[in-house]
Every structure is written in C-alpha cells, then in structure tokens.
Ligand binder design. Structure first.
Ligand code: UT7
Length: 309
C-alpha cells in the first residue's frame, strides 16, 4: 500500500508522510492471511537458513499484539503448524519491543541450560487494528513477520548484553481502549475507532528517542564496547526521524545504520527481525561483528541487545 493509496482514503499527502516518517509503502496482508500464517513462513525460512531440524526446537517465543486468537497464544499456533512437538511455546506482549524481549528471554533460558534451541518470532498484522479513519496513525503501520533461531554458542559469539525497561505510567500514550475484558465489544458498539490503535505520536516520539539512546548506551557500557565498534545498528523502524536522531545522539555514522522503513512502515514486533534478516542476506553483517538492536513501543516499553554476530 503506497502513500498515494492513502491520499485516496484520508486527508494526507505523499509529501507529508515521506518527510515526517520516511515511509513510502507498507505491506498489507490479505484478508485471509493471519499473523500465525506469516510467522510460520518466517520460521520455515529461519530454520532453513540455520539448517535446523524441527525435532530440535524446544522453545518458541512469539512477540505480537495481533495474535490470531485471544486464546491460545500465537506461538502455540506456530508450534502446531510446524509440528514442533518437543517445544514449549508462548507469546510475549510487548508491542514493538516484543521480538527483542523474546530474544532476551530465549537467551536467558538457553544460558541457564533450561532450553537448547529456540525460535524467536516477531509478527504483526497491524492492518487489522489500524484505524483507517485516523490519518495521524494509519499511514504508519504495515504487516510482516521475522524469525530467528537461537542456540548455545561454543565461542564468544551471541548476545553479549541486553537491557529491558518499561514505564507503565505512560500506557495511555499508545493503546486500544475497547476489546479487552475491561471494555469488551458489545452488540451496540459504535464505530468510533476506540477498538483500534490510538497513539499520541508527538509524546511517544520524545520518550522513544531519549530511552532508546539510554538503552543502547547501557548495553554498550556493560560490555565495554564503544559506539565506534558497532558494525551495524539495527533500530526499530518506526520513524526515519527517530532513527536519525538516535544515531546522531549515539554518534553512529549513517552508513552503519540499517533502514528499511521506506518499504515496510512500522511493523511493530516484526520490524527488528525483518531488518536483521535483510541486513544479513545483503551481506552487511560478518561473523564476529558487533550488532546492536533496539526497539520501543506501547507500554511504554523499550529494550536493546548487543550481539556479537
Ligand atoms: O512503534 C511504536 C512507537 N511509535 C513511535 O515511535 C512513533 C512516534 N511518533 C511519530 O513517529 C510521529 O509523532 C508521527 C509520525 C506519528 C507524527 O509526526 P509529528 O511530526 O509528531 O506530527 P504531529 O503529530 O505533531 O502533527 C503535526 C501536524 C498536525 O497538524 P497541525 O495540528 O499542526 O495543524 C497533524 O494534524 O501534522 C498533521 N498530521 C498529518 N497531516 C497530513 C498528522 N498526521 C498527518 C497525515 N497527513 N497523515
């Protein structure tokens, strides 16, 4: 769906969307394609790349706020579809930070020896919860999925340090009012957008830049790594201006910052794994490189990880 497509449904312009967000187009899943469907596709490709057998996967963690059903988890749907009968599967509800959160949980479980091979997924069908009558938010979001296989490493490679934090005081800056048990849908429910995403973009923007910068500084300091040692910075793709401000604040030069927001928009939990996969397949990361991922989303919640690739 291009910016020009949006000009036809809300009072907006390609010029506004491009200059304020950096987005040119986003992918919208078909009516019948679900978040679990996209996740399964991503998992197959990740397992293929990692040459991993389904019997060996013992942990499946899916970051999503758009699961196919309220119950059970999306991760259980993925487990069933892929026949991962030896695994524990559960979701992480951490909005745009869901993938990084899942990665940190998988890393902790694997480090303690509890599990050996994890699939960590970030997947969203945001088109299902975007308010296509609200120009301030609908132009931002896209659908997608990404996945990684995480396993113990015999050398120094892997997740070197991580940081996760949230501030529940700010939950109403980015939320959906109707649809949970507090405000369930009723037969009389009037369509006013309160069952779709609401975001106070300008406020979220300010907190996002400040806290993501601190989160990255935290993981670098803990590992005694300086910003100049980072081979590739892979931030959540929510807004080009946020990415640029973050890189400037952290003194990471533009050629070391991965950006694909132009093609996908904000895919929430899927944004970092999609970006990581593209960067990897494009040959922008070599074994031994330091890669930093960071994300920020509704909660508010944010997190970062330093990875030795
Ligand atoms: O992924 C989870 C975390 N999310 C984020 O990190 C998103 C953070 N926020 C943002 O990326 C930005 O705040 C937005 C892209 C959402 C908005 O950009 P902004 O520069 O903060 O714009 P604004 O909300 O301050 O609005 C500026 C103007 C307003 O008009 P007035 O009041 O100045 O007349 C808006 O009504 O732009 C108007 N506007 C639009 N105009 C054309 C808002 N949306 C649109 C639009 N097309 N789609």
């Amino acid at each position: 769906m291009t910016n020009l497509d949006f000009e036809k449904i809300v009072d907006t312009s390609d010029e506004w969307i491009t200059t304020r967000t950096g987005i040119k187009e986003r992918h919208i899943a078909s009516d019948t394609m679900t978040t679990a469907d996209m996740s399964v596709e991503a998992c197959k490709r990740a397992m293929d790349m990692a040459k991993c057998r389904k019997e060996d996967i013992d942990l499946v963690i899916c970051g999503t706020v758009t699961p196919d059903y309220r119950l059970p988890s999306n991760a259980c749907m993925i487990q069933k579809e892929l026949g991962l009968t030896n695994a524990l599967a559960f979701d992480v509800v951490a909005a745009c930070t869901g993938f990084i959160n899942g990665l940190v949980i998988a890393n902790s479980y694997i480090s303690t020896g509890l599990y050996k091979k994890a699939l960590v997924i970030g997947a969203e069908k945001l088109s299902a919860i975007a308010n296509y009558k609200d120009r301030t938010t609908c132009v931002l979001f896209g659908d997608g999925a990404g996945a990684v296989v995480v396993e113990p490493s015999a050398n120094e490679r892997g997740i070197v340090s991580s940081f996760m934090k949230s501030d529940g005081r700010l939950w109403q800056l980015l939320w959906m009012e109707v649809g949970g048990i507090k405000n369930p849908y009723t037969p009389e429910f009037p369509y006013d957008g309160s069952d779709k995403i609401f975001m106070n973009g300008a406020e979220v923007f300010k907190v996002a830049v400040k806290e993501m910068a601190k989160a990255v500084e935290n993981v670098l300091e803990k590992a005694n790594v300086s910003p100049s040692d980072i081979a590739l910075f892979v931030p959540h793709q929510a807004n080009l201006r946020i990415i640029d401000a973050l890189a400037k604040r952290l003194k990471i030069s533009p050629e070391r910052v991965f950006k694909n927001i132009e093609k996908y928009g904000n895919t929430s939990a899927a944004s970092v794994p999609i970006a990581l996969d593209e960067a990897n397949r494009e040959g922008r990361i070599k074994p031994g490189d330091y890669v930093v991922v960071v994300a920020f989303g509704g909660g508010l919640i944010w997190g970062s990880a330093l990875i030795k690739w």
